[in-house]
Write a protein that binds this ligand. Structure first.
Ligand code: ZN
Length: 401
């Protein structure tokens, strides 16, 4: 079996679990955070530094790589992992989020865009609608040169097969919380039909390219904040033969755990579930408890480039005057390269001096912070003290219990 998921320990009375995802490029211990290498690069950080920070897998973006340099060039380069010099497991998302968020003002309504920091991929914020959805697919304009392109379920599968990641996602329609109930129902049916087309095209491509390592296809579940739609999406897609699931779309942050729980309750135990676009500590605890296994988000590097530093006692901005002579590590007790080599005062200086290493050192720390939190969450589930860890970390990070 080139791809499989083995659950290990379970939370008492909840859907949360630990396990191992096996892929042709190695295994992933879950729950796991998957850092985002949007254009086949973690911004400002080399793959070997990501490995040292504890990254088990990286996620790249089909939309961006399709536009630049082109999926066929990545394919000629040996697939996205080999192309970027990363020998571990890789994910690509379907491109649906990017093409559908073009100009639609999604930023205000997605939980994944909390604080406006989670959405590196929102490439146009104007009122002008750059993407048009119909039952067959989506026509959109490139954010690079305005050229016209079309994604269908088949095109997304073809691109993701060329990119060659171990885990790929079905093409879905992203809705917002401001869409009407009727639109959500229509959209969900479109996404269901697209999922069937993705499975068919994925099977065709897998057979046609049999000498390549197996790529696992995850079906993406939508349904906004409606319990019946979320459950229906999960039930519908669970009969289609997907290797795992992506939990996508518009979710109100306070209801994250509840909504994830509706979906995981309907899904097979032996298939991994990836929650798209989440990295805030409270969201991670809530989603893990509700049965999500893997996560991705651009926030750790994105906020790092703006000098925001994660620490056990909350996030702070290292350019603040109080850090000018603070010769302590970014986060007491952190074992990352940055914290074991330099100080807040040094990073303060690099940001003030606009040195590029500021982004590198801050990004390494922030990625390690989230990766280490996931390690601790995983150990706490195996060790039977998840709720104690959650209470302690929430109190420390947010100053609340
Ligand atoms: Zn650190």
């Amino acid at each position: 079996m080139p791809f499989r998921f083995e659950p290990r320990s379970h939370l008492a009375g909840a859907a949360g679990r630990t396990g191992t995802i096996h892929t042709p490029h190695g295994s992933i211990q879950t729950p796991a955070f998957i850092p985002v290498a949007t254009k086949a690069a973690i911004k400002a950080v080399l793959p070997e530094a990501m490995r040292a920070a504890g990254a088990q897998a990286l996620l790249a973006n089909a939309y961006h790589l399709y536009l630049q340099p082109g999926a066929e060039i990545v394919e000629e380069g040996g697939g996205v992992g080999q192309f970027m010099g990363w020998d571990g497991p890789t994910f690509t998302d379907s491109g649906g989020f990017q093409v559908l968020s073009l100009g639609a003002g999604f930023k205000k309504v997605l939980a994944m865009a909390t604080e406006g920091l989670g959405n590196d991929e929102i490439v146009a914020e104007s009122k002008e609608r750059l993407a048009q959805v119909d039952d067959d697919g989506v026509t959109f304009k490139s954010h690079l040169d305005g050229s016209l392109h079309r994604f269908t379920p088949e095109v997304s599968m073809q691109i993701q097969h060329q990119l060659g990641a171990d885990i790929i996602f079905s093409f879905d329609e992203l809705t917002t919380l401001v869409n009407t109930r009727r639109y959500q129902e229509e959209s969900l049916e479109r996404t269901r039909l697209w999922a069937e087309r993705c499975v068919a095209e994925h099977r065709r491509l897998t057979e046609a390219r049999g000498e390549r390592p197996y790529q696992a296809l995850f079906g993406v579940l939508q349904g906004a904040n409606y319990e019946d739609l979320r459950r229906k999406a999960a039930r519908d897609l669970s009969t289609m033969g997907f290797d795992g699931y992506g939990l996508g779309g518009a979710i109100e942050k306070p209801r994250l755990g509840e909504i994830v729980g509706w979906m995981t309750a309907e899904l097979q135990e032996d298939r991994p579930r990836h929650l798209l676009g989440i990295s805030e500590p409270d969201d991670l605890f809530a989603a893990v408890a509700a049965g999500a296994d893997t996560f991705d988000c651009v926030s750790p590097t994105r906020v790092a480039r703006n000098s925001a530093i994660y620490s056990r006692f909350g996030r702070y901005n290292v350019t603040g005057a109080r850090y000018r002579r603070d010769f302590s590590p970014l986060d007491e007790g952190c074992d990352c390269y940055t914290c074991t080599h330099v100080t807040r005062a040094y990073l303060h200086h690099l940001f003030k001096a606009k040195e590029m290493n500021a982004a590198t050192l801050a990004s390494i720390h922030n990625e390690r912070f989230i990766l280490r939190l996931m390690d601790e969450i995983r150990e706490s589930i195996d060790g039977g003290y998840f709720s104690e860890l959650r209470t302690e970390r929430m109190h420390d990070y947010y100053g609340r219990t």
